[in-house]
Design a protein around this ligand. Structure first.
Ligand code: ARG
Length: 468
C-alpha cells in the first residue's frame, strides 16, 4: 500500500466536501444545485465505474487487495439492492454522493477509500460517457426498427404510383415505395452519425482526477479495458472540461428528429381529406371531444412538435459550453438533462413512428385519382422530343405549349390523342400517348436510384441488406 493522503478518516459531515465548511449550505441553494433527481438514472454506470476504479486501486497497490475486495463486494451488493429501479431520491447532492453514502452505511470508513485518486469531475464525465454509449446503442436499435417498418410499408405498397412533388406542386409521378425508401436512407445516415458519435464518446476520462491528474500510480488503461472504452483521453483538462461528445450526440438526435418531423408532416398531409392517400391506424389517432367525425393524427403531429425541444436541448448545451474557462465548472451539470431529454424524446418518437408505419395503408384509388388528368408527364414529352434530336430547350418549350393546349381543353396530357399531339411536332409518333400514363412515366425512370419498379426492387434489396 502506497501513502494515502492524511486525514482519511470517516466523514464527519454528510456532505462529500463538508470539512472546509463551518456551517451548512442554504436549503434553497442545496435544492437548486442538487442533480440527484435527474442524474440518479446513471446509478448503474456510477457503480460499475467505481468497481473498475476499486479493482485498479487494488491491482496497483494504492489500496490493499483486501480493501479493494471489500469495496467491490459492497458496490456489487448495492448494484443488486437497487435493481431494477435505482436508488431512492433523497436529499443527497448527486448520484456520486448517493452511492458513496450508501456504501458508507454498509461498509463504514472503508467506503472513504474509494475516492482515492479520483474526483467527481472525472467520475461524472465517465458515468455520462458510459450512459450515452448505451444511449447510442438504444438509438441504433430504435432507428433500425423504424427502418424496418418503412421497408415493410414500402414492400406492401410496391404497386402504388403517386404524384411526386417539388414546391408542393405535382412534379413527376413516383412509386410510394420509392418515396418511403428515401427515409430509410436518411435513417441509415442517422445510424452512421450515432455510431460516429459513439466512437468519440468511448474514451475514458477517469484518472484525470479534478483537473490535473494525480500523484497516485494509477493504471488508466486497465480501467479503460474493464469498462470497455477504446482508450483513454490524453489530456486531464480536456477529459473533465469538454462535453463535445454530448453535443455530437444531441446533433445526431436533432437530425434524426428533422427526418422524423418531415416524414410525419407528409403523413399528416396524406391523411388529410384533401389528399386522403393513406389510412392511418386508429390506434395512432385520437378523436375530438366536440366533432364526432374527427380522426386526428396526433402521434405524427406530436413527433413533428417534439423535434423543437430536441433542437432546444442541442442549442442549450452549445450555449452553456461556449464561454466556459477550463476545466470543470458547475455549468457542465446542465449537460445531462439536455442529453437525457433528447435521448428519451428521440427514442419515443422513433418507436411511435415505427408503430404508426406498420398500420398505414395507401389508398391506390386516391393516389391514382390524384394523377388523373394531370400534367406531370410534361418532362416525358420533352425527353421524348430530345431523344429524337430536338435540342432539350426547344423540346421543353414545345412540351410547355402542349401543356397549355391540354389545359385549355380541360384534359390531362395522357388524354391527348396522337393526332392532337402531332400538330405540335412531326417528330411525335403514335407511341407517345402510351408513354404518358403515370405507370409508363415511372417505368421509364430506369437510372440508378430512379423510381422505375425494377430499380426500386433492387433498392429495396440493398436497403434490406444494409438495415439488417
Ligand atoms: N453533479 C455534478 C455534475 O453533474 C457532479 C460533479 C460535481 N463536481 C464538482 N466539482 N462540484 O456536474
Amino acid at each position: 500500500m502506497t501513502d494515502l493522503p492524511k486525514n482519511t478518516g470517516a466523514h464527519t459531515s454528510a456532505k462529500l466536501w463538508g470539512g472546509r465548511f463551518a456551517g451548512g449550505v442554504e436549503a434553497a441553494l442545496h435544492q437548486f444545485q442538487a442533480s440527484l433527481p435527474f442524474d440518479a438514472r446513471m446509478w448503474r454506470e456510477d457503480i460499475t465505474a467505481s468497481i473498475a476504479h476499486a479493482r485498479m486501486l487494488g491491482a496497483t497497490g494504492i489500496i490493499t487487495a483486501e480493501d479493494a475486495d471489500g469495496l467491490i463486494a459492497g458496490l456489487q451488493a448495492l448494484l443488486a439492492a437497487w435493481e431494477p429501479d435505482g436508488p431512492e431520491i433523497d436529499a443527497q447532492e448527486d448520484i456520486h454522493s448517493k452511492v458513496e453514502a450508501a456504501l458508507r452505511a454498509a461498509l463504514g470508513p472503508l467506503a472513504g477509500k474509494l475516492h482515492t485518486a479520483r474526483s467527481r469531475n472525472d467520475q461524472v464525465a465517465t458515468d455520462f460517457r458510459l450512459y450515452l454509449r448505451n444511449g447510442c446503442d438504444q438509438l441504433d436499435a430504435a432507428l433500425q426498427e423504424a427502418q424496418r417498418a418503412l421497408l415493410a410499408c414500402a414492400e406492401t405498397h410496391l404497386d402504388v404510383v403517386m404524384p411526386g412533388f417539388t414546391h408542393l406542386q405535382h412534379a413527376q409521378p413516383v412509386l410510394a415505395a420509392h418515396h418511403l425508401l428515401a427515409y430509410v436512407w436518411m435513417l441509415a445516415r442517422d445510424r452512421e452519425r450515432v455510431a460516429d458519435a459513439r466512437r468519440r464518446i468511448n474514451r475514458l476520462p477517469l484518472g484525470a482526477a479534478a483537473l490535473a491528474g494525480t500523484q497516485f500510480p494509477i493504471d488508466r488503461a486497465m480501467v479503460a479495458r474493464e469498462l470497455g472504452f477504446a482508450g483513454v483521453l490524453e489530456n486531464s483538462l480536456d477529459a473533465v472540461a469538454d462535453r463535445d461528445f454530448a453535443v455530437e450526440f444531441l446533433a445526431a438526435c436533432s437530425l434524426t428528429m428533422v427526418h422524423l418531423s418531415r416524414l410525419c408532416e407528409e403523413i399528416i398531409l396524406w391523411a388529410s381529406q384533401e389528399f386522403a392517400w393513406i389510412e392511418l391506424p386508429e390506434g395512432y389517432c385520437t378523436g375530438s371531444s366536440i366533432m364526432p367525425q374527427k380522426k386526428n393524427p396526433d402521434g405524427a403531429e406530436l413527433i413533428r412538435g417534439k423535434s423543437g425541444r430536441v433542437f432546444g436541448d442541442l442549442l442549450g448545451l452549445l450555449t452553456a459550453l461556449k464561454g466556459l474557462p477550463l476545466a470543470y465548472n458547475k455549468d457542465l451539470q446542465e449537460d445531462k438533462e439536455a442529453a437525457f431529454d433528447a435521448l428519451d424524446t428521440t427514442l419515443a418518437c422513433l418507436r411511435i413512428t415505427a408503430g404508426m408505419l406498420r398500420g398505414i395503408t395507401f389508398r391506390r384509388d386516391r393516389t391514382l385519382a390524384a394523377l388523373a388528368g394531370e400534367m406531370s408527364a410534361a418532362t416525358e414529352i420533352a425527353d421524348y422530343l430530345a431523344a429524337k434530336g430536338l435540342p432539350f430547350r426547344d423540346a421543353h418549350h414545345l412540351s410547355g405549349e402542349i401543356v397549355r393546349y391540354a389545359e385549355s381543353r380541360g384534359k390531362g396530357l395522357a388524354d391527348l390523342s396522337p393526332a392532337e399531339l402531332r400538330r405540335f411536332s412531326p417528330l411525335i409518333g403514335d407511341d407517345l400517348p402510351l408513354r404518358l400514363t403515370p405507370q409508363a412515366v415511372v417505368a421509364a425512370k430506369t437510372s440508378h436510384g430512379g423510381t422505375a419498379p425494377e430499380r426500386v426492387r433492387e433498392q429495396l434489396a440493398r436497403a434490406r441488406a444494409e438495415v439488417g
